[in-house]
Write a protein that binds this ligand. Structure first.
Ligand SMILES: C[S@@+](CC[C@H](N)C(=O)[O-])C[C@H]1O[C@@H](n2cnc3c(N)ncnc32)[C@H](O)[C@@H]1O
Length: 285
């Protein structure tokens, strides 16, 4: 493994992706060179499962999370767990006067983000290495904090919520997407499991009720809860097709993705978008 890979977190799927991207694998560049998330298929029943379709779904998920955060022009935005900078790029291409910051624990991903995502007119972009649970930013520095499909990797959701609250201005929004266990699954999902071989350490134990409590305990008010599970399901078929056609997967990837698919299709594990607001009047600096 590359020396820049952080010691406190090991996500084998990113090692795999970075390796394939370094070999200029076209299928992987097309599907995961920008966003590394499940996507939002607008019309799941009519999904064509092409690479272009998946790219559009990936863009849509970022759009939905941004919308949940009431994102607008001239804002300071922190994208935590920013991956290769896909959501930062999405915002950069659609808004102006933005101060955009992507934070990731893995410097290797940030190197790609810095190469790929350059600021458009009137925007500024910085990619910074750091831990979501110890945000390296002063208090009240951002209007919006985003965490797209990454919170389940963080060492402590509560600590992340405290940190997001601290770095948000009064009136600011935190928006995120996460895999959320149903009431039936949550007692099991809360148990401590060893890290997955392909996806690494994932904690899928935060139920909707837990999120509401987390918001209350950390001072946030709940904005939105949206179950978008149905809009993510074609991704499983897409990944299967990609693995079969282009031989980009491995056994652990196939097995762990099938477990997630079975749980999602049976309604035990949902995919949800949340937004939370820090109370107070939004003030511009
Ligand atoms: C599924 S990827 C999502 C990436 C990106 N948000 C996207 O949608 O394309 C999860 C990301 O969380 C990052 N991550 C995991 N633990 C982290 C932590 N403690 N602090 C910051 N980033 C973290 C990983 O490095 C990875 O980039």
């Amino acid at each position: 493994m590359n020396n820049d890979a952080p010691e406190q977190i090991h996500l084998p799927y990113f090692d795999h992706l970075l390796e394939l991207l370094s070999q200029q694998n076209p299928a992987v560049s097309e599907s995961f060179g920008r966003h590394v998330h499940w996507g939002y298929w607008e019309k799941p029943r009519q999904a064509l499962l092409t690479a272009a379709d998946f790219a559009a779904a990936a863009e849509n998920l970022s759009a939905h999370v941004c919308q949940a955060a009431h994102l607008g022009d001239h804002q300071a935005v922190l994208d935590v767990g920013c991956g290769f900078g896909g959501t930062v790029a999405h915002i950069n291409e659609r808004h102006q006067g933005m101060r955009l910051t992507g934070l990731n624990i893995d410097e290797r991903q940030l190197r790609r983000a810095r190469e790929q995502v350059l600021p458009l007119a009137e925007n500024s972009i910085a990619f910074k290495q750091g831990d979501a649970c110890q945000l390296p930013f002063p208090d009240a520095a951002f209007d919006v904090v985003l965490a797209v499909e990454c919170i389940f990797h963080f060492p402590d959701r509560r600590q992340f919520f405290r940190e997001a609250y601290r770095v948000l201005r009064p009136g600011g929004y935190l928006a995120l997407s996460d895999f959320v266990p149903s009431r039936l699954l949550s007692p099991v999902a809360r148990l401590k499991f060893p890290a997955w071989r392909f996806y690494g350490r994932c904690n899928f134990g935060c139920s909707q009720k837990d999120y509401l409590r987390l918001a209350e305990d950390t001072g946030f008010t709940l904005g939105l809860v949206k179950d978008i599970t149905q809009n993510t399901l074609p991704t499983y078929s897409y990944l299967r097709r990609l693995a079969a056609k282009r031989r980009v997967g491995n056994l652990s990837a196939a097995f762990e993705t099938s477990v997630a698919e079975a749980l999602s299709r049976s309604g035990l594990l949902n995919y949800e978008i949340y937004s939370f607001q820090k109370p107070g009047l939004a003030k511009k600096p």
